[in-house]
Design a protein around this ligand. Structure first.
Ligand code: GLU
Length: 415
């Protein structure tokens, strides 16, 4: 079954706009990204041959501020996915109320197949090709699936070379030595953890009774598992692309994280673990399921079999619209992606603020500010969902869509 993630977004926006009583002319522009750029990227490979890669940058909305969002390097990247990811960024920034719009970029490539030199040349060529539309006041990229601080460093350097001076605020998620923010590396995982703690508290579930399954051991899932284990939660299952491992007594997360730095979970061994597929992990009987990998993992083929009480969406778009309806009917509480995984972009905002003012904050300050913003956003969404008797996802979109539409209305339609 093929899912078009952008259709998924349009459906949710339409639903929220209708509930808000908007006329189509109030929100029609949210259905069209402001700018879609597709670029061809010739790269000289190490063996002397030339390969051409395809890249994208989409700016969905700049009504509330510059476009903001990551860059994904993955073999399945396509324009519809990038459009959806850009739109999710618009609503993510709106629901946590930081002054950004939404954007996203991507390159169709499996980065694990390139050497470091090839990756660097690809990144620099991509930066050159999107150069006219990015900038600290226009559109600020960041890491996403398949990219990291090193890639952000190359983007910063390439942009700065064209400008003739250093411009740290053009990209976030940079290495600390060139203006990265303390706390940014774990920020998305930390935000997912905070949302887990907030929802457990609201539902009156005690830490000692909680079991957690995490899909994905990348930047989001890995940091989430690490921080949750540190807080004393029992993580019973984790997965990466090679499959999942399960241990009802709880996994040794620090040891697993050390292992996945260089290897796959399929090669990890410990007493008492059972091997599962990624699909089997999703249907485990746990308190909290955190999908922290790619889109459309929970869909109508498996939603019915989900046994978790709570889903906290670390990934963007892990649940399809059809699955969401099934989960709602089953009474599974879903903390939606645009709220649950907003920690990354919130700390990106802090990084940008520090860069443009040439100041630096310590890690405690960053984490404290992150917690305050997350807590306020979570409570706003929770309270509205209680008041309207709607899901947390619908409540989050009611808040986000309203903020974007209001900004657009105040600014008016040009000319
Ligand atoms: N890629 C992350 C996300 O999906 C972070 C974006 C950012 O920091 O701009 O939220």
């Amino acid at each position: 079954m093929e899912y078009n993630p952008f259709d998924n977004v349009l459906h949710i926006v339409e639903n929220a706009a209708t509930l808000l009583g908007y006329q189509p002319s109030d929100y029609i522009m949210l259905k069209y990204p402001e700018r879609e750029l597709k670029v061809a990227l010739p790269v000289k490979m190490d063996d002397g041959s030339i390969k051409v890669f395809e890249g994208f940058r989409v700016q969905h909305s700049t009504s509330r501020g510059p476009a903001k969002g990551g860059i994904r390097y993955h073999q399945q990247v396509n324009m519809d996915e990038v459009k959806a990811l850009a739109a999710w960024m618009t609503f993510k920034c709106a629901v946590v109320n930081i002054p950004f719009g939404g954007g996203k970029g991507g390159i169709v490539v499996d980065p694990s197949t390139l050497s470091k030199g090839e990756l660097c040349r690809l990144t620099r060529r991509f930066t050159a090709m999107i150069y006219p539309i990015i900038g600290p006041d226009k559109d600020i990229p960041a890491p996403d699936v398949g990219t990291n601080t090193e890639v952000m460093g190359w983007i910063m350097d390439t942009y700065s070379m064209f400008q003739g001076h250093s411009v740290p605020g053009v990209v976030t998620g940079k290495p600390l030595a060139i203006g990265g923010a303390l706390g940014r590396a774990d920020a998305t995982g930390r935000g997912v953890m905070l949302n887990t703690q907030f929802i457990l508290k609201k539902l009156g579930i005690k830490k000692e009774n909680v079991t957690v399954a995490v899909q994905g051991m990348g930047n989001v899932g890995g940091a989430y598992a690490k921080l949750m284990a540190k807080e004393g939660y029992k993580i019973v299952a984790v997965s990466d692309v090679s499959g999942a491992i399960y241990c009802p007594q709880g996994l040794n997360i620090p040891e697993i994280l050390e292992h996945v730095k260089t290897g796959f979970l399929s090669d990890y061994n410990a007493p008492g673990i059972t091997r599962l597929s990624n699909e089997e992990l999703l249907t485990l009987d746990v308190t909290v399921l955190a999908p922290a990998a790619l889109e459309n993992q929970i869909n109508e083929t498996n939603a019915d079999q989900i046994k978790a009480k709570i889903i906290v969406e670390g990934a963007n778009g892990p649940t399809t619209v059809a699955a969401d309806n099934i989960l709602n009917q089953k009474g599974v509480v879903v903390v939606p992606d645009i709220l649950a995984n907003a920690g990354g972009v919130i700390v990106s905002y802090f990084e940008w603020v520090q860069n443009i003012q040439s100041v630096s904050w310590n890690e405690e300050e960053v984490n404290e500010k992150l917690k305050n913003i997350m807590h306020k956003a979570f409570c706003d969404v929770w309270n509205l969902s209680q008041e309207k008797q709607e899901s947390l996802r619908t409540a989050a979109y009611l808040i986000a869509v309203k903020r974007v539409v209001e900004a657009k209305k105040i600014r008016g339609v040009f000319p």
